[in-house]
Design a protein. Sequence first.
Length: 326
Amino acid sequence: MTVLLTGAAGFIGFHVAEALLAQDEEVVGVDNLNPYYDPSLKEARLERLGAHPNFRFHRVDVADREAIFAIAEKSRGIGSVVHLAAQAGVRHSLVEPFSYTHANVTGQLVILELCRRLGSAVHLVYASSSSVYGGSPKLPFAVEDRTDHPLSLYGATKKAGELMAHAYSHLYRIPATGLRFFTVYGPWGRPDMAAFIFTRKILAGEPIQVFNNGDMKRDFTYVDDIVEGVVAVLRRPPADDGSAPPHRLYNIGNSRSEPLMRFIAVLEGALGTKAEIEFTAMQPGDVRETYADIGPISRDFGFRPKTSIDVGLPRFVRWYRQYHGV
């Protein structure tokens, strides 16, 4: 089976590509290598993927419909689409809002139109986010909860993507599965995420900013656990019984809401260095706590995250030191 994978040079996309290639799948990767963070990290990921004979890469913007359709025309035998390309980052959506509608709304529409062209035999697995839950006081977040009060444009665009996928699944019977990711971290991670920012600053002897005076909790999820769930979901598209649209949504997280201060303490232990902390106020668009109810994905796919931050953060630190020569 050939898998079309968008966001192939991104953090999660890179790891999903490696997992699929290890299972002898043909992977057609798409990414525009945008400069939201240093493209050299994306290029380094692609260099590793390029060593696999079953990997082909196209540097294309996912919102460029003609280019995406042309890639699909040339890549015969596409059996599934894993759509991970997006403009990420809650805080950045306050600065560059149009990049979010471009990538996360127009890009989602392009991929849905592509799947319509490819036919109902093609399973679409796409990335959503815990940000769709906004500031919901109900914990843990369950897929049945209301998600119509996002606190950021980023969250609103990811919710829009879910609604668009549901509509296309209804209209064209496209089997589609949306995954709401919860704070993914690990080797080759994004430089705008807490593990990377804190590690860089602590090693440089710089203070780290801790928002809401440290009163924050996150469902930190190790990337290998995420990838295991993505691949399991990819193998089993939703059945079409002719009534409800063949569209599913799942939370995919560690199902542990870890205090941010404990996260920092574990990171300090892995680095062997204490952090200098600057406590600051809550940032616009941010939420105090995330916590995933993973009951449905555990029931349907046997998803069981194995990696606590006590294991995952030292692995990240080892990669960081090796990659940066620190």
